[in-house]
Structure formats: structure tokens, C-alpha cells
Design a protein around this ligand. Structure first.
Ligand SMILES: Nc1ncnc2c1ncn2[C@@H]1O[C@H](COP(=O)(O)OP(=O)(O)OP(=O)(O)O)[C@@H](O)[C@H]1O
Length: 259
């Protein structure tokens, strides 16, 4: 029995494992032969200059794009060809560069729907009561992402930073094992970035987080590992301190940004 457990633990040692993942758009190699692995609970950022292939790789991991070649494993299972909703069911949640919320619904209703969406039950025509377990969970999520005082506000009327908080809450409704964040700090004010970094640092330490981010301040505060991409390839991996001190990364990243 001990042997079986040990073997299983070894086999599923990585929360996420990419082997030789590539994605072409016609003749353009947007992602080239990328291999990386995340341990359970690891927090990692993918950074790189414009056009490096970060978003393409992110979409391949989320299942919104098919890789041209390569393998993606999630806790040991090959998910390379699974559609996005099957990945969600397995515990992968994602956010988008532009927050995806229902603008005409309240914060609470958005969260409630997210909770219902991930725990489908038989359909009911009655109005949900605030005591329903899903509604209680929705309120908890609102508190968790700092929107406890805004539950009745329309999502479309929220400030951009609050919409990001709401989208984070909606992603958390799935109790994901892997949270994929697509430029979570994009368009946020310094104060909103601070708030976001605090929220991300406060998440369950067992949750694996992979984020694509331009904002080094937020990314380097929240993650322990950084993967740097350039022209579709991984050119460096290391801690934020190692990456900050890497001259090649500085040249490639900063040089490209000033093109
Ligand atoms: N759907 C698509 N069709 C054709 N080319 C694409 C498509 N999506 C991305 N590309 C190209 O693939 C390359 C990588 O783009 P990608 O958006 O993944 O880079 P990125 O690192 O996320 O850049 P940014 O930081 O600017 O968002 C770019 O040359 C881009 O023009």
C-alpha cells in the first residue's frame, strides 16, 4: 500500500507539466518547444516583451487554443486535447485581460452564478434565498476579494480594479487547484495593484497560480518563480531576484520594450 501511494505521489508530482509545447499561426512560431513544470502550490509568473508568446502559451494551457505539438499534464493526467470546460471541471480556472463579468447583474449575482456554474444542480425556478448554501458562498467570496461592501452594486458600474476583484472571486468560486491569471494588474492604479497583490498573497497556499504579467512589481511580489519568454521560447527561469539580476533577460526584455 505504501509503495502504491509513493508511486502515485511520484507520478503526480507536478500540478502542471508542459513538455515541448509549440503553437504556430501559419508560418509564425508563436510558442516554440516550451517545457515547464509547476509543483502543487507553486506561484509562477511568465514575463517577456510584447509578442514573446506569453498569451498564446497561457491560452494553450487554459484550453482556449490547441497546441500544434507537445503535451500538457495536470496532476499527471494528459489534458492536451481537453476542451476548456473539462479543464474547469478538473480544477483549472482562468481570468482574462479584460474582466469577464455580467455587467447588468450585481456583484452578488455574478458570484452566485459563478458558484452555481461550477456546482451544477437540478434546475429550479424558485428565486434563490440568501440562506441558500450557494448564496452564502457567494457572500464569502465577495468578502474574500474585498467587495463585501459592494455586493449590491452593478458589476458594470464598478471601477476597473473592482471588476478585476470580482472576476477573481468568480474564478475562485470553482475552488480551483490551478488559477491562471492573465495580466491581472493591467490597467490598475498603484493603490489597486497593492490591493490585488495583497489578495493574491492571501489565497490558499495550496492553490497553484500561474500568471502572465507585464507589471513586475505585482508579479515579483506574488510569485516565487519566474519564467521569461522571448520570441516564443523560454530563455530563463529563476527566482524574482535571479531574474532581476540576469543581464541577458534585462537586455532582451528592456531592449525589446524600447524598440
Ligand atoms: N490568433 C493569432 N493569429 C496570428 N498570429 C497571432 C495570433 N495570436 C498571437 N499571434 C502572434 O503570435 C506572437 C505571440 O503573441 P502573444 O500575444 O502570445 O505574445 P505576448 O507575449 O502575449 O505579447 P503581449 O505582451 O503583447 O500580449 C505575436 O507575433 C502575435 O502577433
Amino acid at each position: 500500500m505504501v509503495t502504491v501511494q509513493a508511486t502515485t505521489a511520484q507520478a503526480i508530482g507536478h500540478a502542471l507539466e508542459l513538455q515541448g509545447v509549440s503553437r504556430r499561426f501559419g508560418g509564425l512560431r508563436a510558442v516554440q518547444d516550451v517545457s515547464l513544470s509547476l509543483a502543487p502550490g507553486e506561484r509562477r509568473a511568465i514575463i517577456g516583451p510584447n509578442g514573446a508568446g506569453k498569451t498564446t502559451l497561457f491560452n494553450v494551457i487554459a484550453g482556449d487554443l490547441r497546441p500544434t505539438s507537445g503535451t500538457i499534464r495536470f496532476y499527471g493526467d494528459d489534458i492536451t486535447h481537453l476542451p476548456p470546460h473539462d479543464r474547469v471541471r478538473r480544477g483549472i480556472a482562468r481570468t482574462y485581460q479584460t474582466p469577464l463579468v455580467f455587467p447588468r447583474l450585481s456583484v452578488l449575482d455574478n458570484l452566485y452564478l459563478a458558484v452555481r456554474g461550477v456546482r451544477p444542480r437540478r434546475m429550479s425556478l424558485r428565486r434563490p434565498r440568501a440562506s441558500d448554501a450557494e448564496m452564502v458562498r457567494a457572500r464569502q467570496l465577495a468578502e474574500q476579494v474585498g467587495l463585501g461592501d459592494a455586493i449590491h452594486a452593478l458589476a458594470g458600474a464598478l471601477a476597473h480594479g473592482q471588476q478585476r476583484q470580482l472576476e477573481l472571486g468568480m474564478a475562485l468560486a470553482a475552488d480551483p487547484k490551478l488559477l491562471l491569471l492573465d495580466e491581472p494588474a493591467a490597467g490598475l492604479s498603484p493603490g489597486e495593484r497593492e490591493l490585488l497583490a495583497g489578495l493574491l498573497l492571501g489565497l490558499d497556499p495550496g492553490m497553484t497560480i500561474l500568471l502572465v504579467e507585464h507589471d513586475m512589481d505585482v508579479a515579483f511580489r506574488v510569485v516565487r518563480q519566474v519564467t521569461v519568454m522571448h520570441e516564443g521560447r523560454v530563455i530563463a527561469e529563476g527566482t524574482p531576484e535571479e531574474i532581476s539580476a540576469d543581464e541577458v533577460v534585462q537586455q532582451v526584455y528592456l531592449g525589446s520594450r524600447h524598440d
